[in-house]
Design a protein around this ligand. Structure first.
Ligand SMILES: [Mn+2]
Length: 383
């Protein structure tokens, strides 16, 4: 028992070593630390030259893809197809039904669907580049991660999550970006400087990128919204697509069962602990089965906890396939990423993060409750 605790403490310490130090320690020659601007410019120049001849491109994204993962992938795919490249988009697993309207989605292969897997492997084998969008750790692909890792193709990572793994030859990595779709918008502009944007980004591309930025910013209200986000969106909207329709298709497009499920969660499963300004919800596998909840349907439910007055952290615990997945959201200065990485093998962003546990759902929630006192001061100090 005591030994276990010591081990756990050691793991936490290693995880807390800044990525930069770990990289230098592991291999001082192989990796280039990508600070903003200078090395990104260099990367873009290399990409301009790489994509000046026809390439076999595979684009992939994190498992349980959200609108940013799929939207940025399909926007980038559409741009590259227009430039004459051969492009295959692969999602590790199926996507939520409210994303099925995204332009180009019919071309997406699903790796974990048996009938697509051989073709996925073949495309990865033939690829000259694998673009890894909206994730920066290969574990987020599950089984597909190993296939990507072993592929001979060069890898291009485009992402905005903290603490990336350094598996890619090229990294367009910027935690200041609100969405990967915003990075794709910037990259497309930088690929062809001087070309009017309307010639680079058409309505389908704009819809895809807008969907990613809109959802990752919580419809332009999270702390990650910057003037650059609004300027990017203004440019995208000038292509003339119907932004209100995109919002409707994503948010007002739920089956009745999802709303009834949400009603159940909010009325029966939402607990608020005022002294820690924390709200949390716990969903067991049995409940998910009872409501026929499909993966993706629980997306966004964690955000409701933050609508409670005074609450600054919300957590959603979901038991699925023998493990517990946790979503965390926070506001202001409180970092759920720090909490998730210290206690739940997690990561992500300061205000939106995830974690997991192999313990039972009850043990996982008990652990969460037991660490709350050590965060009380930070929770209470949020404006
Ligand atoms: Mn994203």
């Amino acid at each position: 028992m005591k030994r276990g605790c010591e081990n756990k403490r050691l793991v936490i310490k290693i995880e807390q070593i800044p990525t930069v130090l770990l990289i230098l320690w592991l291999d001082p020659t192989r990796h280039e630390v990508h600070f903003k601007q200078k090395s990104v410019n260099q990367t873009v120049n290399e990409l301009i030259s790489f994509f000046s001849v026809r390439q076999n491109v595979v684009i992939t994204m994190h498992r349980d893809p959200d609108a940013d993962a799929l939207g940025s992938s399909l926007g980038w795919a559409s741009y590259l197809i227009r430039k004459g490249h051969a492009v295959t988009v692969i999602s590790p697993n199926d996507y939520a039904a409210n994303l099925a309207w995204l332009p180009g989605i019919e071309q997406v292969l699903i790796y974990e669907k048996g009938s697509d897997q051989l073709l996925c492997k073949q495309k990865i084998d033939e690829a000259s580049v694998i673009c890894c969008l909206d994730f920066s750790a290969l574990s987020r692909l599950k089984e597909l991660g190993k296939v990507v890792q072993e592929a001979k193709a060069d890898k291009l990572m485009i992402d905005h999550h903290l603490e990336p793994e350094h598996f890619a030859k090229w990294m367009i990595w910027d935690t200041y970006a609100a969405a990967t779709a915003q990075l794709i918008y910037t990259l497309i502009k930088e690929m062809e400087p001087g070309v009017p944007l309307t010639e680079l980004i058409d309505q389908p591309i704009a819809e895809c990128l807008y969907a990613g930025i809109m959802t990752d910013t919580g419809s332009f209200r999270h702390a990650n919204v910057t003037p650059e986000v609004h300027l990017a969106v203004a440019d995208l909207m000038r292509t003339g697509f119907d932004a209100s329709r995109v919002h409707r298709l994503i948010y007002d497009n739920a089956p009745l069962s999802r709303l009834q499920f949400l009603g159940y969660v909010l009325s029966q499963k939402l607990t608020v602990i005022p002294e820690f300004r924390t709200a949390y919800m716990v969903l067991t596998e049995a409940e998910l089965i009872r409501f026929n909840s499909v993966p993706g349907e629980t997306e966004g439910i964690v955000n409701y906890g933050l609508q409670v007055e005074n609450v600054v952290m919300s957590a959603l615990f979901i038991e699925r396939r023998g493990e517990v997945k946790i979503s965390f959201r926070s506001v202001g200065s409180f970092s759920v990423r720090d909490l998730a990485s210290a206690h739940f093998s997690g990561g992500g962003h300061k205000n939106a993060s995830g974690g997991r546990s192999d313990q039972t759902i009850k043990e996982t929630v008990d652990q969460f409750l037991s660490v709350l006192p050590s965060y009380q001061a930070s929770l209470l100090s949020v404006d």
